[in-house]
Design a protein around this ligand. Sequence first.
Ligand SMILES: Cc1cc2nc3c(=O)[nH]c(=O)nc-3n(C[C@H](O)[C@H](O)[C@H](O)COP(=O)(O)OP(=O)(O)OC[C@H]3O[C@@H](n4cnc5c(N)ncnc54)[C@H](O)[C@@H]3O)c2cc1C
Length: 375
Amino acid sequence: MNDTNITIIGAGVVGLAIAEMVSENFNNVFIIEKHATFGQETSSRNSEVIHAGIYYPMGSLKAILCVEGKRLLYDYCEKWDIPFRKCGKLIVATSEEEIPVIEGVRQTALKNGVKDLSVVDRDEIAVMEPAIFAVKALFSPSTGIIDSHALMKRFETNSINNGAQVVYGSKVNSVRRTDKGYEITLHDADGGKYIFTSSIVINSAGLESDIIARSLGISDDNLKISFCKGEYFRINPPKNRLLNRLIYPVPHPKLEHIGVHVTIDMAGGAKLGPDIKYLDTNEYDYKLTPSKQETFYNSAKKFLPFLEFEDIAPEMAGIRPKLQRPGEQIRDYYIREESDRGYPGFINLIGMESPALTSSIAIAKYVNKLVTMIK
Ligand SMILES: Cc1cc2nc3c(=O)[nH]c(=O)nc-3n(C[C@H](O)[C@H](O)[C@H](O)COP(=O)(O)OP(=O)(O)OC[C@H]3O[C@@H](n4cnc5c(N)ncnc54)[C@H](O)[C@@H]3O)c2cc1C
């Protein structure tokens, strides 16, 4: 492989969105992905929700890039015929005590510039979602769902059409600073070893982005990712069709996650989840836990009174790349060009958990700006 100009590590939804945007502006863009195709990790193990930007602290990248990203993503879906539906979402209070939480959520959303939320009462809820139970709810009309595979395929196709090269089945093992830029060592599926140099490197390696950063010499403890698993249970037919919108309980106070909720998908399915469990080690563990059925059932039954125990079954799991440790306050994305640390032209994206699918195009714009400042 020749010396390259820009190398993106990781072909998840974030890496691919960046690839499309930078390849519009620069030549010699390479994307290196360890799997045989794109989106085999977190980007295909999530709720596929286009979030409105409701929960995140004001001024954080999570809030800013979500609100901008939602708008950009809807426009992109229209332009490129990506299946999506602006179905809306209800955040439901199931007891009088939860009603103030809803008001708190609305205030946070307003600070983030999400102005389209409305509080709906029992009668309105009964018209919108006759099958659910809630004493009050917050309605977000701009929340939606998307076919994330179709989105990634389009990012990939457009990147290739722009001249970028996607190299699958190649795992980056280390990155080293040299006087020409960065020396990248990768191994292909047959064990072959390749070394090349790149003047700009964008680390979008998701769950392993901290390992890539460490191989370069950036090893701060607060940039260490903790694997945090989330499991889903599907709602079996025909009850999956009783819901028209996304239904969420009120969120966890420290925003470790936003509660076991109901998502519907573009194929007409409905699922409960994800729950949250920090794994003891950073090992890929997508195993399902059928014994959690009772916990899922009990959480959902509060707002889905029609649900019977046997209506749900284990479906899938995903892993969040968390910078936030258990019990800590929410952490923001780490997106930085690392000149300050002595690594000019190296851009890290670490802790790209939800809502990074929603924000992918806004993240790409942000990173593209960082790249433009390097050149
Ligand atoms: C349970 C769950 C639910 C979620 N729900 C939503 C939601 O509804 N809406 C939303 O907006 N967001 C959601 N998210 C978040 C969203 O899925 C992620 O933020 C997003 O997919 C991250 O994309 P990524 O490209 O950064 O990471 P990834 O998809 O993990 O991609 C990183 C890529 O890098 C590759 N890679 C890693 N190491 C190397 C290496 N050494 N060499 C080469 N390649 C490498 C990996 O194989 C992978 O393909 C959810 C996440 C989870 C876990």
